[in-house]
Design a protein around this ligand. Sequence first.
Ligand code: ADP
Ligand code: MG
Length: 151
Amino acid sequence: MKIRVKGIKDTDKLGRKLGELVEPGDVICLNGDLGAGKTTLSKSIGLGMGVDDYITSPTFAIINEYEGRHPLYHFDVYRLNNGEELFDLGVEDYFYGKGVCLIEWAENIEEFLPENRLEVWINTTLDPDEREIELIPYGDRNEFLARELIK
Ligand code: ADP
Ligand code: MG
C-alpha cells in the first residue's frame, strides 16, 4: 500500500491520524534514509496520541518515553549494532508492554522485531517536499491500521 504525501502538512496529517488510531501493543517501524522524515512523522504521531512534551530525535538516547493517551516509546536504533544491546535495554518489556512503540531505523534490528507490526517505509522523491510512503502491515490489527490510513 503506497501513499504519496505532497508536503509536510500531508505527512503531519497522516502521522496525527495514526496517533489517534494506535493502541497499547502496537509497534510502528519507521524506515527510510537520513532526512526521509522518520522523526518528523514521529512528532505527528505523538501529537495524535496527545503527547504534550516536545518530541526530539532519540538518536543518542536510543529510547525516549512520553506520556500521552497511552505511553509512547520512541526508539532510534540507528546506532545499535547487535541484539545484545537491545536485550540490555529490556526491549521485550517495551515491545510487548503497555505502550505504543515507534522505532526509527527498525530495519537494523529486523530479526528482533515482533512478528505483528506496521512497517512504514519513507522514500524521498525528486520534489524535496514530497514523500512516497509505503505501508507494509503484518497481522490483522496492522492491516486494519494501514487500511484506515490510506482512506
Ligand atoms: P529522519 O528522522 O528520517 O532522519 P527528519 O524527520 O529528522 O528525518 O527530517 C526530515 C526533513 O525533511 C525535515 O527537515 C523536514 O522538514 C523535511 N521534509 C520536507 N518535506 C517533508 C515531508 N513531506 N515529510 C516529512 N519531512 C519532510
Ligand atoms: Mg530521525
